[in-house]
Design a binder for this molecule. Structure first.
Ligand SMILES: NC(=O)c1ccc[n+]([C@@H]2O[C@H](COP(=O)([O-])OP(=O)(O)OC[C@H]3O[C@@H](n4cnc5c(N)ncnc54)[C@H](OP(=O)(O)O)[C@@H]3O)[C@@H](O)[C@H]2O)c1
Length: 343
């Protein structure tokens, strides 16, 4: 295979975004680009042009299309944000990369490890930038948390616990309960605490999983635990059907850190050293939601990078392997997956 052709870094003008799909989360990304340094949304595409036009009007976007293909081949677009439902991410990311676009792909990057690898390989082959929209990793507060843990502020990491729950009323046609539309709590919700555990503890040597399914067969709640080669243990709970939000603690040989607020976008954290729970350093950080990931994409495109050091391809694929092995352990299979399940 030939080496990737590096693209010319975009240094002298705004980064031009195209939005592929006009669903709920696309509104947040459009606002984030508008609030960012050096970006603009130049076009949006939806399956129906009426909806694309409506979205374009709402966000003052000059171009709109009634097909994704027109967006992928629009010469005015530098980077495409893909926010269709999960089963379509891989096919659309590959298509956009092959059409010469850079891509930011909503989480989970794909339904399966094989599809995540396909996106990464296509980015390499085409010499284009690809990143999973794992916005948590781009937040200054999370980067600070990871830096402190890696610098040994709580000694050696021994354990991690996080729960992330979202109370979604059961409806078989809601995308989170619909297997044909990539449903399941693990991929939608579990990806956040699993990402944080992976950032702080590293990859597992062993994974154990328990879980329950919704009537559609999609995983509704899961308890996942793992062990690393260094002997640290992680426990993660995700649930699409309960209240309680988020609770995250990382414990070490010389202290512990409590992370406050949702695991996807923490509000602050407290570093405790020693044994007194009332003594601690309370840490806050700049909290601008999706803007941080948008600006990370800008930074990468201005430097000519193929991947972001904050969301490396290897981590995206590694986290997909954890989610996929847990899902398969629960016996959840997407209709799009080829048989046999195990590679
Ligand atoms: N980062 C975050 O915090 C966050 C939060 C929520 C969701 N997400 C991710 O964002 C993605 C979209 O979520 P959402 O909440 O925006 O969902 P949504 O409102 O249902 O929008 C999904 C879009 O997918 C498109 N689509 C294409 N083919 C489809 C098909 N066959 N069936 C249904 N939809 C189809 C539709 O685009 P058209 O507009 O072209 O019709 C629809 O607008 C998911 O991957 C999800 O995991 C991320």
């Amino acid at each position: 295979m030939s080496a990737p052709t590096a693209y010319l870094p975009i240094t002298d003008r705004p980064i031009r975004w195209g939005l592929l799909a006009a669903g709920k989360i696309a509104h947040a990304l459009a606002q984030a680009v508008q609030a960012s340094e050096g970006g603009q949304v130049v076009a949006v595409a939806a399956r129906e042009s009426v909806r694309a036009a409506e979205f374009a009007r709402a966000h003052d976007i000059p171009g709109f299309y009634g097909s994704y293909e027109e967006l992928a081949t629009d010469p005015e677009v530098d980077v495409v944000y893909i926010s269709t439902t999960n089963p379509y991410h891989a096919e659309q990311a590959v298509r956009c990369l092959q059409a010469g676009k850079h891509v930011l792909v909503e989480k989970p990057i794909a339904l399966t490890v094989a599809d995540a690898e396909r996106i990464v390989q296509t980015a390499r082959d085409t010499g284009r930038f690809a990143m999973e929209a794992m916005w948590t990793r781009c937040q200054p507060l999370v980067r600070d948390l990871v830096d402190r843990v890696r610098a040994g502020q709580i000694g050696q990491v021994r354990s991690f616990h996080a729960a992330f729950t979202v109370p979604i009323e059961y409806d078989a046609s809601h995308r989170i309960f619909d297997l044909a539309n990539g449903g399941g709590a693990l991929l939608d919700i579990g990806v956040y605490p699993v990402t944080l555990a992976h950032l702080l503890l590293g990859h597992p040597t062993d994974v154990q999983v328990l879980g329950a399914a919704a009537p559609t067969g999609a995983d509704a709640r899961t308890a996942l635990q793992w062990m690393t080669a260094e002997g640290a243990v992680a426990q993660v709970i995700c649930d699409s059907q309960s209240h309680g939000s988020s609770r995250t603690v990382v414990r070490g040989s010389e202290g512990w850190i409590e992370v406050h607020g949702p695991v996807a976008e923490p509000e602050s954290f407290t570093v405790h050293r020693g044994t007194d729970p009332d003594e601690g350093e309370h840490v806050t950080g700049d909290r601008r939601g999706f803007v941080h990931q948008v600006e990370e994409v800008h930074r990468c495109l201005r430097e000519g990078l193929l991947e972001s050091p904050l969301v490396p391809h290897a981590d995206t694929v590694a986290i997909m392997t954890i989610l996929e092995s847990a899902r398969r352990e629960l016996g959840v299979r997407y209709p799009q997956e080829p048989e046999p399940l195990h590679r």
